[in-house]
Design a protein around this ligand. Structure first.
Ligand code: NAD
Length: 551
């Protein structure tokens, strides 16, 4: 019987599969479960509550075995983390097609999902967990950095210096918050119930210090704020208890958000439950746990609204906490906005989103070379330059070295093409896997997050991510995925992902140019269709054809 064991992707140029396209899928699957990358590798959980890379260890072994023998004209089909078939296709087809956590509308809730999961029939794929392109906390760091930069631009004259941000959740993605705030020169107090989460972020240099108690955290925070010195402070405790307490005491907070795993009520610790008892209690009485977690989230959100009423900038950071608080009967849950309509949508209109690449060689120098090359390729993009420079200095690689930056229509294909040439001419030691988060401009329908408050009310239309996946299959991506429930939970999102492997061949170049043109173009056309002017200008400028505008 196969069981938990440490997993690490091979490095170097020796192949254990029949080609780099298959080898890349194999290494990225293994990399997702690298203890440096995954939150709970022994349970195959990568990040985001219970987001998994494979359904069970037997399925993991079968995928590894199959990828090693998969031919250049074959495609492995993965159904919620389990390989279910190998089909003969052709060399332009993806080597892997993945569908994770999808349920028919009326059945698309956590209860039914858990029932099916317990029967061993499905798994939660989150976004990049089950589609094998999670690169550790850096992946979310850039988006979080951009979001806080946008908050600074909107409310604080372009810098968070002299402000205090209060948030919770220091998990796989939430752990990016402290560094994103300090990169914007602000002070952050970050609450988590799990002492290991705090220790881990300090170890990875994403978090600066740990406070002994709320008063100590506030003292450290106000001292740093007054000196306009960036500082991030970890605070152990339950956010549903500490936020109301800090609000009542009049804590001088400027910005409030949250990244606990609120999208999954079984991953949010209710007030009055010990952290050590959480897993047993959630397994024993999921319904009772859910009710208590939602009640606590209502208290948590009520305090966030309280901070907003007191003048703070408050936003939902895409974890569905407003929806859960509303389910518990709190009627002002949606008083503050989600971060996408508040800050990110204009970027989506330009086809911008979280572009990323991982060095299959395992060599940090490959990423450093791509950093330099991308700066040379886009000499005028100041925010890109600021980010790449800071990332080079402060980001600690987890697993295979990787980089992320937000690029848009007309930029991603250029970068991809250049990377493929760098592999082809030997500048890089081995191929790159080029992918993105599902949280992208044209790849997701998620009415509480990416598609909240669309101009034409099309928030819940899920044709777009399906078209996105199909277009990536048709354009030559190396693996393509369609997931349900990532980010915000069951019943609330449908999204797609793609990864393309730059192996230096002419064929890979052809595929990459198409995929990295068409994939962001989905964002442009989606936003043109919804009536956004910026998207119309981008479509005109970049030559994105839209039949309904050609009358
Ligand atoms: P995670 O499960 O790795 O971490 C969640 C953390 O919350 C854990 O450390 C846990 O101990 C802590 N926690 C749980 N209950 C708590 C409570 N009551 N008080 C204080 N801390 C508590 O999850 P993650 O990967 O960090 O993701 C966090 C959330 O952010 C998820 O809901 C995810 O879907 C969402 N998310 C947001 C974005 C975005 O771009 N904004 C992107 C992806 C995901």
């Amino acid at each position: 019987m196969s069981g938990p064991r440490p997993v690490r992707a091979p490095r170097g140029t020796e192949l254990s599969a029949l080609g780099w396209q298959q080898e890349a899928a194999l290494r990225m699957l293994q990399n997702n479960l690298d203890p440096e990358v995954a939150e709970h590798p022994d349970k195959l959980v990568v990040y985001g509550g219970t987001g998994k890379a494979a359904r069970d260890w037997r399925s993991f072994d079968a995928m590894v075995r199959t990828l090693r023998t998969l031919k250049q004209d074959e495609t492995m089909l993965v159904q919620s983390g389990r390989p279910v078939g190998v089909m003969q296709t052709h060399e332009w087809a993806p080597r892997v097609l993945i569908a994770n956590s999808n349920l028919v509308g009326d059945w698309a809730n956590w209860e039914e999902f858990r029932r099916l999961e317990q029967l061993g029939l499905t798994m939660y794929g989150q976004m990049t967990a089950g589609s094998w392109i999670y690169i550790g906390t850096q992946g979310i760091l850039q988006g979080t950095y951009e979001t806080f930069a946008a908050v600074a631009a909107k409310k604080f004259n372009g810098t968070l210096a002299g402000t205090i941000t209060l948030t919770a959740g220091l998990g796989g993605m939430g752990g990016a918050q402290p560094l994103a705030v300090t990169m914007n020169d602000g002070v952050a107090i970050c609450i988590d119930v799990d002492p290991r989460a705090i220790e881990r972020r300090i170890e990875h240099k994403y978090l600066d210090v740990k406070a002994d108690n709320p008063a100590h955290a506030l003292q450290l925070a106000t001292e740093a704020r007054d000196a306009r010195r960036p500082l991030s402070i970890g605070l152990l405790g339950n956010a549903a208890e500490l936020l109301p307490q800090m609000l009542a005491e009049g804590a001088p907070i400027d910005i409030v958000t949250d990244q606990t795993s609120a999208h999954d009520p079984l991953a949010y610790l209710p007030v009055g439950v010990d952290f050590d008892d959480m897993a047993t209690y959630a397994a024993k009485d999921p319904a009772g746990f859910t009710t208590r977690a939602r009640e606590s989230m209502a208290r948590h959100v009520e305090a966030m609204v309280g901070f907003m009423d007191a003048g703070a900038e408050v936003f939902d950071y895409g974890n569905s906490i407003r929806g859960e608080a509303q389910l518990a009967g709190y009627d002002r849950a949606f008083a503050f906005p989600g971060f996408v309509p508040a800050y990110i949508r204009p970027l989506f209109c330009e086809g911008k989103g979280p572009f990323r690449w991982a060095a299959l060689s395992g060599e940090a120098s490959d990423i450093h070379k791509t950093d330099k090359a991308i700066l040379d390729l886009f000499p005028e993009n100041e925010s890109l330059h600021r980010w790449i420079k800071m990332a080079g200095e402060r980001v600690h690689f987890q697993g295979l070295p990787a980089r992320i930056c937000w690029l848009g229509q007309g930029e991603r294909d250029k970068a991809g093409d250049m990377f493929n040439d760098m592999v082809g001419n030997g500048t890089l030691a081995a191929p790159l896997a080029i992918g993105r988060d599902h949280l992208d401009c044209g790849s997701v329908a998620s009415p509480y997050r990416e598609t909240e408050a669309m101009l034409d009310g099309s928030d819940a239309i899920a044709d777009w991510p399906l078209l996105n996946a199909m277009v990536n299959v048709a354009s030559g991506a190396s693996w393509v995925s369609i997931h349900h429930g990532g980010g915000v939970g069951m019943g609330r999102s449908i999204h797609a992902g793609q990864v393309s492997v730059a192996d230096g061949t002419a064929l890979a170049g052809e595929k990459i140019r198409r995929v990295l043109t068409n994939d962001p173009a989905m964002g442009v056309i989606r936003h043109v269709d919804a009536g956004y002017d910026i998207a119309e200008s981008v479509a005109d400028e970049k030559g994105v054809r839209i039949p309904m505008r050609e009358e």
